[in-house]
Design a protein around this ligand. Structure first.
Ligand SMILES: *Cc1c(COP(=O)(O)O)cnc(C)c1O
Length: 238
């Protein structure tokens, strides 16, 4: 079977329905709709589909795989690009040069490299610390304790702007179980803002196709949605 790309109509309908879900969740959470940014996660998806969404007003896109993303960024440099995938040291240079945001900073060394490699004539690179909130052994991310240990050093790095936290909790079926780790991430951000109001950390990147409502109920300011906009991904495991 060859891969059938979705029709433009199907793509834009799915996009509108994700936007509607975000709106409904904001209403339920009693939050302004503008308080939640939709990041369209376009990994493995072709530039044609990205362009269709851009024509419908979508401004920011999330990518996981460096080579693939560099091609897309070169084709659509006017969009806002967020790197959300695992980062190996040998990739930091290109990431620092081509992205506006990095969500997956999970160790001090990566932040130091991004800081050194971000061209100083560009605006500071917006970064988030990835939190392994459920402290799963196999998962990337800093434990909350590690975040508290290294955050001041990260804030002090030039050419970076720490904006907040990102998390990918374990999949849970029911919404109460989904909300608990999101609440813990929000509380960690609140703790940082209480200790250091001058840092003005304003971003909680949490919530994906299966749990965006729970994330918004717990204060997500940015949800990262792939499958429910673009359809299933066929070629990579995640
Ligand atoms: C792939 C990916 C997403 C999108 O997940 P969906 O379930 O397809 O919406 C979000 N965040 C990260 C970090 C991802 O790698």
């Amino acid at each position: 079977m060859t891969y059938q790309p979705p029709s433009i109509t199907a793509l834009t309908q799915r996009y509108q329905s994700v936007k509607q879900r975000i709106k409904n969740a904001c209403l339920q959470a009693n939050r302004p709709i503008e308080s939640v940014t939709l990041l369209a996660v376009s990994k493995t998806k072709p530039i044609e589909q990205i362009s269709v969404l851009a024509q419908h007003g979508q401004a920011c896109f999330g990518e996981n795989y460096l080579q693939e993303s560099l091609t897309k960024i070169a084709q659509c440099p006017e969009l806002e690009w967020h790197f959300i995938g695992p980062i190996q040291s040998n990739k930091t240079k290109a990431i620092a040069k081509h992205f506006q945001w990095v969500h997956s900073v999970d160790r001090l060394k990566i932040a130091q490299r991004l800081s050194r490699q971000r061209p100083s004539e560009m605006p500071p690179l917006n970064i988030l610390l990835e939190v392994n909130i459920s402290e799963e052994k196999t998962k990337a991310g800093l434990t909350p304790t590690e975040v508290l240990q290294i955050v001041a050093e990260i804030v002090a790095l030039p050419n970076l702007k720490l904006r907040g936290l990102m998390a990918i909790p374990q999949k849970q079926a029911d919404s109460e179980a989904q909300r608990l780790p999101f609440r813990q991430v929000r509380e960690l951000l609140e703790q940082l803002n209480t200790q250091h109001p001058e840092w003005k950390l304003d971003t909680l990147s949490m919530g994906m196709s299966g749990d965006l409502e729970a994330a918004i109920m717990e204060g997500a300011t940015l949800v990262r949605i792939g499958t429910d906009i673009f359809g299933a991904r066929e070629d990579r495991s995640n």
